[in-house]
Design a protein around this ligand. Structure first.
Ligand code: URA
Length: 441
């Protein structure tokens, strides 16, 4: 078999066979296929797409390129949740403890920030001492005993995806549906959970900008998961503005702690209740969706979800006092209030750009080697549809380098639009997707 012929075939829009896809994935992972041929292949996929069958073969080949966890030491039903990437998305920190306190075994491997999007692993490292590099046996033991563990992806989890993703990142081949679906699902399948709940973001801060594409991506991933024998569900949620108000590691952890006390903005609370209900339904803890939402709400009202987060932080070497006294977290040296340039309604937010504002303030990585400033980021005070008053700040930027604030302020102002006419608030959740189909909300 020759890589040249596989590229040629895809260039002409032909479907590749299972053996050809395995040859490509294995060859690229072990270094016998060079970057330039893989790049040409990925670009051909961007133009010609992949059939459902090809996408399944690609997913399975990448999943089996490294360890396949079985989580066999865990007696309860295991569940994993994954977001396709957003700005201000701290839901794992809230939903994980909620459902763990109701008896779901949350076995979650998370990633670091990528481009304009934040990562759960970086956020968890805001807790002094928190360890994200658990050994597999330790991970399973913690899930078995406590009901939840969140760790970074092990080096040998879907290594093919790791290598291919890094190449896609620099060859403008990230935003192709089959490539995204197979990348995410290969990792989820390798991580071993029985139930997988996907939070597919849609809008200006998401990889998929339109609702139609986001629903199609959700359907594709749900089908992949179900075909591989896992109960898979998706929620399609809004990313036309940051989720909640806070963007940046410690700022988001504090907002997550507020949410666990029931004191966070409505979009964040609603997203968490819906995701939690889907995880409870998928694992059979509840039998209908409304019951799941009610159970999730109860974990906030009775403090059990907050307690579960503190227990998880402690089990992974962090200091649980920060959960109960978040004022212990350090704060950035400089804060700058941003005022609306005119009176009117917040009409739109270029959310990807807001992610970049947070990144330039220090909360994200400019290069793979960059150190993150845990205290940097921003807090918005308005949502789309809110009336803005030029005398009141609509956001506060945080940084430890005063110069960064000036650039960030200019970018922030350019990223939002104000309208004289009233603007409708946005929905938080658009649809749920299961093997039975799409339910528009
Ligand atoms: N997240 C992933 O893990 N892979 C993608 O391709 C996109 C988002």
């Amino acid at each position: 078999m020759r890589m040249y012929d596989c590229i040629q075939k895809k260039k002409h829009g032909e479907a590749l066979r299972k053996e050809e896809i395995e040859f490509i994935v294995n060859g690229y992972t072990n270094g016998t296929i060079p970057d330039y041929q893989m790049s040409a292949f990925l670009m051909a996929v961007c133009f010609e797409g992949m059939s459902e069958e090809e996408t399944l073969h690609l997913t399975m080949a990448m999943a089996h390129s490294g360890d396949m966890l079985t989580l066999s030491g865990i007696e309860k039903k295991t569940a994993d949740k994954h977001s396709t990437g957003g700005v201000g998305d701290k839901t794992t920190l809230i939903v994980g403890p909620m459902v763990a306190s109701l008896g779901v075994a949350v076995a979650k491997m998370s990633g670091r920030g990528l481009g304009h999007t934040g990562g759960t692993i970086d956020k968890l490292e805001s807790f002094p001492g928190f360890r994200v590099d658990l050994a597999e046996a330790e991970f399973e033991k913690q899930v078995q005993e406590l009901g939840i563990a969140v760790m970074g992806q092990t080096a040998n989890l879907a290594p093919a995806d790791k290598k291919i993703y890094a190449l896609r990142d620099v060859t403008a081949t990230v935003d192709q549906m089959a490539l995204i679906a197979s990348s995410i699902m290969s990792k989820k399948l390798a991580a071993g959970a029985d139930t997988i709940v996907l939070d597919v973001k849609t809008g200006s801060g998401a990889f998929m900008k339109t609702l139609e594409d986001s629903i199609a991506l959700a359907q594709e991933m749900v089908k992949l998961g179900n075909n591989a024998g896992r109960s898979t569900y998706a929620v399609v949620s809004d990313m036309n503005q940051p989720l909640g108000y806070a963007v940046g590691n410690i700022l988001e952890v504090k907002e997550a702690i507020d949410a666990l006390k029931g004191k966070a903005p409505a979009d964040l609370m609603e997203s968490c209740y819906v995701l939690a209900a889907q995880m409870l339904l998928g694992t059979g803890i509840v039998t209908d969706f409304e019951q799941g939402v009610a159970a999730a709400k109860q974990t906030i009202a009775d403090g059990s979800a907050l307690k579960k987060l503190a227990e998880m932080v402690e089990a992974q070497g962090g200091d649980p006092k920060y959960v109960y006294e978040p004022e212990r977290f350090p704060v950035a040296a400089y804060a700058k209030e941003i005022y609306p340039q005119s009176e009117g309604y917040l009409a739109s937010v270029q959310t990807e750009e807001i992610g970049m504002v947070s990144l330039v303030l220090g909360a994200g990585r400019e290069t793979k080697e960059s150190e993150i400033d845990m205290t940097a980021g921003l807090i918005m005070t308005a949502k789309i549809g809110d009336l803005l008053n030029p005398a009141e700040p609509m956001a506060v930027l945080y940084a430890n380098d005063e110069k960064k604030l000036l650039d960030a302020e200019k970018r922030f102002q350019k990223a939002i639009q104000i309208s004289k006419e009233p603007v409708q608030p946005l929905k938080h959740i658009y649809a749920t997707v299961s093997g039975e189909g799409v339910v528009m909300l």
